[in-house]
Design a protein around this ligand. Sequence first.
Ligand code: TXA
Ligand code: MG
Length: 341
Amino acid sequence: MVQTKIWKKDELDQAVKAIKRGALVAFPTETVYGLGADAFNEGAVSKVYAAKGRPSDNPLIVHVADVDQVARFAERNDWADKLMTAFWPGPLTMILPVKADTVSTTVTGGLDTVAVRMPDSDLTRELIRLTDSPLVGPSANTSGKPSPTTAQHVYHDLHGKIAGVLDDGSTKIGVESTVIDLSTDQPAILRPGKITPAQIEMVLGVPVDSALKHVDANEAPKAPGMKYRHYAPDKDVYMVNDADWTKAIVWAQGQLEPVGLMLTNDQIIAHQLSGMDFVWSLGADDESAAAKLFAGLRRFDDWPEVNTILVTTLPDIAENAAYNNRLGKAAGDHLVNELFE
Ligand code: TXA
Ligand code: MG
């Protein structure tokens, strides 16, 4: 068992040393914390799967410090170049053909493509630059748990299993990057994120397939990770549409056990829940709701008295697709209305 360290910015050299000796270091990004290992060190990459308890057919995103590092393992194309210029560093992951004899099948899950992204964190890009190697970086949670948005979340899940966490406070965006497949003849969104299909179409000038591919048991999923029940806390989670909160609160108040409620400030005021226990504020607007979703799920997950969590959906517009998608996965698509029947 290793003693997991929490390193501040001025201890970056400790994190660099750990990565160079093949150990695991979690790093901050603008979306969620990632679990870093040298992408060219197969032994280190294998340890990532073991630490997370992640299925080995679910490939990893390779994080780069600059555009030049991409050519060390992936084939760039015109679409990729345009999107890199427009959105990097930022929350967009691109799937590109992998170059033979570069990163191992442990990184790609045996696919002939590889996922790549340049995170919008000066500290993490400096970490990658100083280690002089791209880093794999799945979200730094135990597989099946909500992704971590603070260094403390990482520590909670992975202490004793990784060398350390580079702590740069709470992540800004709070949900994982948009994943776009650029390896076929039409760009296709595999996972919704902060960057919307319309923003990508504007840059590429071609239509983007944004119908997330339905994953069934007989078909290999496009993004292998999307087939697993992700982001799932141990408690029962239900989605609540704005119009159903009055009924949902009456239901919650009628239960013998406390029910966790996650809603926006406006909803908290409208339903006179200010200052109440078992209420988690998602903040003032849709952006803050995305930033605070996973932290709220984790808060109630660790609250022994709470077994049921009700979480607001956000209006069904492209900007909220990532939030509603992750909430849907946490809730197994269950709506609170099922409880009223
Ligand atoms: O925001 C993010 O993307 C965060 C931060 C740390 O960068 N990372 C992250 O990684 O969310 P992870 O491993 O939790 O999710 C990566 C997703 C998975 O759904 C995986 O199946 C998919 O990307 N993926 C990775 N490589 C792929 C490939 N070659 N083809 C298709 N999907 C791929
Ligand atoms: Mg993940």
